[in-house]
Ligand binder design. Structure first.
Ligand code: IPE
Ligand code: IPE
Ligand code: MG
Length: 245
């Protein structure tokens, strides 16, 4: 992929290949302004647009966005309905921009609990963008790290049972290739907005050596400058992966 280091003052080989974001704080953003929580979600869509396009401009290979966790179904029905409506609308309205920016959309998470009209629009966007060679936008919808591991273990178990796989050949590579994120590099940088110092069941396997960056800004206030700040900070980190520098 062509990278534009001049945009950020960072040598291209120091940029994170894969950025993952826990887009948190939509509700707080709205409540602080005396608005209903859903207004924060609505405003969050603009941050998604800004961030995907900036990642594309910077030549980031992959951006994974935590859109809905498997635990978020505990929320009130009206909020969930609105989130589903936003997702569906996003898939329809962003299609031309996705093509224009050469983005390749894919999804991680359990499909069966997601309403069929959302899945239909999502599948259309995924198919339509499949051959795009720019930034991969990986949408985590009804995603949970533990659920993903359960599903991977089941897939592997089935192969062992059917004699397609010898149990003694199971290693880290085999496990990674049975996760929803199969084929994607592990995230280099994990960003969380709204200040919480926790992982909330996101990409548990994949973030073993990911650099974490947390901002107090709520997701609707996240912009290109904040993303660049996170990336600049990332470039100052010494990644050791358990070794010595
Ligand atoms: C993140 O914002 C969006 C989703 C989890 C869907 P929140 O809705 O969690 O906002 P806060 O954390 O309540 O402020
Ligand atoms: C994580 O945020 C999920 C998403 C951003 C989609 P939450 O708001 O659900 O996380 P907790 O409940 O504060 O841990
Ligand atoms: Mg939250």
């Amino acid at each position: 992929m062509t990278r534009l280091p001049s945009l950020l003052d960072v040598p291209p080989d120091r940029l994170p290949r894969h950025i993952a974001i826990i887009m948190d704080g939509n509700g707080r953003w709205a409540q602080r302004r005396g608005l209903p929580r859903i207004e924060g979600h609505r405003r969050g869509v603009a941050s998604v647009r800004r961030t995907t396009e900036e990642c594309s401009r910077l030549g980031i290979d992959c951006l994974t966005l935590y859109c809905l966790s498997s635990e978020n179904w505990k929320r009130p029905r009206e909020e969930l309905d609105f989130l589903m409506h936003l997702l569906e609308q996003y898939m329809i309205e962003e299609r031309s921009a996705i093509l224009e920016h050469n983005l390749c959309v894919r999804m991680i998470g359990r499909r069966h609990e997601i309403p069929s009209q959302v899945l239909n629009e999502l599948d259309k966007t995924v198919q339509m963008s499949a051959r795009n060679t720019g930034t991969t936008i990986c949408l985590a919808i009804n995603y949970g790290g533990r659920a993903e591991l359960v599903d991977a273990v089941r897939r592997i178990g089935k192969k062992v049972r059917d004699n397609q796989l010898d149990w003694s050949h199971i290693d880290e590579e085999i496990i990674a290739s049975h996760l929803d994120t199969a084929g994607l590099p592990d995230p280099d940088l994990l960003i969380r907005t709204a200040g919480e110092m926790r992982i909330s069941n996101f990409l548990l396997w994949q973030i073993s050596y990911t650099e974490i960056w947390v901002t107090e800004k709520c997701w609707p206030d996240f912009d290109e400058a904040t993303l660049r700040e996170a990336i600049r900070d990332f470039t100052t980190r010494q990644r050791r992966f358990g070794g010595l520098t």
